[in-house]
Design a binder for this molecule. Structure first.
Ligand SMILES: [Mn+2]
Length: 326
């Protein structure tokens, strides 16, 4: 018995119908026996926080479209995701295109109210990285406002711990400094993976390092990265963990459709394997951000983002008891 009812692709072609994330049902249309949903996936079409090229407001639409070809069974995890988890597309959050702070508050309020706050986990699809703050805040409050904050696995080329840019404190360079200040995440249980330069100055690293944030730069990944990740995982144990995925950690050769490019990142195969390797993490919320469809002529960035979305959900699916896995 499927927990998520999907159209049968052998009957209803994947290129037909109205596009929802991975063809999951709209939240309001989920049948009673599949409620409460395990994950609500929602778009945040906001890019008012960008510091370079705009356009990520069109990310949720592009990823919905690209995700029509995301299938349900993972070979690597031996997991039929839709047999295991009840998943739904909760539509788009209301946004405030002209104000980052107003937007952050509006999106957080929407996310906090979605589906069953005691059960449903939240996956936000951006949008620029500023929207991560809102989904982290909603996740943190739905998990009972844990003291010390959530652990954070952060994939990115950039640290996103800048205090302010052009006087704006809520833009896409700042979500994690705000989340640390507000106690939503614990910087000592935060790991940033794929960071690379050049930076504006060496001092850009100071805040994160001073707070105890761990980094695996892209250069380090090829040397001792997997061992560093394994050690961090060991430390995390079963801690409630949020995963934030900025597509710009992937090399622009594989993910050109993004606004603040950084050459020399992960290949798509590498990054899918790294996400899969996180199986066992106690994942309580996630986002995927910074897809910019206007710079994505072959749609490969949105297509990769759609598959990363699937792999993130598989991390939770693979943790569920075998018995409930049909
Ligand atoms: Mn980022």
């Amino acid at each position: 018995m499927s927990r998520t009812i999907l159209p049968d692709p052998r009957q209803s072609p994947r290129f037909a119908g109205i596009a929802t994330f991975c063809r999951y049902p709209l939240l309001d249309l989920v049948p009673t026996e599949c409620r409460p949903v395990d994950w609500a996936i929602y778009g945040v079409p906001f890019d008012g926080g960008v510091t370079y090229r705009p356009g990520a407001r069109f990310g949720p639409r592009a990823i919905r479209d690209a995700s029509q070809y995301v299938k349900r069974y993972s070979i690597e995890h031996d997991l039929d995701l839709c047999d295991t988890l009840s998943l739904a597309d909760a539509g788009d959050a209301p946004v405030r295109p002209y104000s980052c702070k107003d937007n952050a508050d509006t999106v957080a309020a929407f996310a906090e109210s979605l589906a069953d706050p005691n059960h449903t986990r939240l996956l936000a699809v951006g949008g620029d990285h500023s929207i991560a703050y809102s989904n982290i805040k909603a996740t943190w409050s739905r998990r009972g406002r844990p003291g010390g904050g959530l652990a954070l696995l952060h994939f990115d080329s950039h640290l996103d711990t800048v205090d302010s840019v052009w006087g704006e404190r809520w833009g896409h360079a700042s979500p994690f400094i705000r989340a640390i200040e507000d106690g939503l995440i614990d910087p000592k249980r935060m790991l940033s993976i794929g960071i690379k330069g050049p930076l504006n100055s060496r001092a850009d690293l100071d805040y994160a390092k001073g707070k105890g944030v761990r980094l695996i730069t892209h250069g380090e990944w090829g040397r001792q990265g997997p061992a560093m990740l394994a050690a961090f995982r060991q430390e995390l144990g079963d801690a409630e963990t949020y995963l934030t995925f900025d597509i710009d950690c992937v090399d622009p050769a594989f993910a050109p459709g993004t606004g603040t490019l950084c050459p020399g990142g992960f290949t798509s195969a590498e990054v899918l394997a790294i996400v899969r390797s996180l199986v066992g993490v106690n994942l309580v919320g996630a986002d995927i951000v910074e897809v910019l469809p206007d710079r994505d002529p072959a749609g490969i960035t949105a297509f990769l983002a759609a598959h990363i979305l699937f792999e993130i959900l598989c991390l939770d699916g693979a943790r569920r008891p075998k018995a409930s896995r049909a």
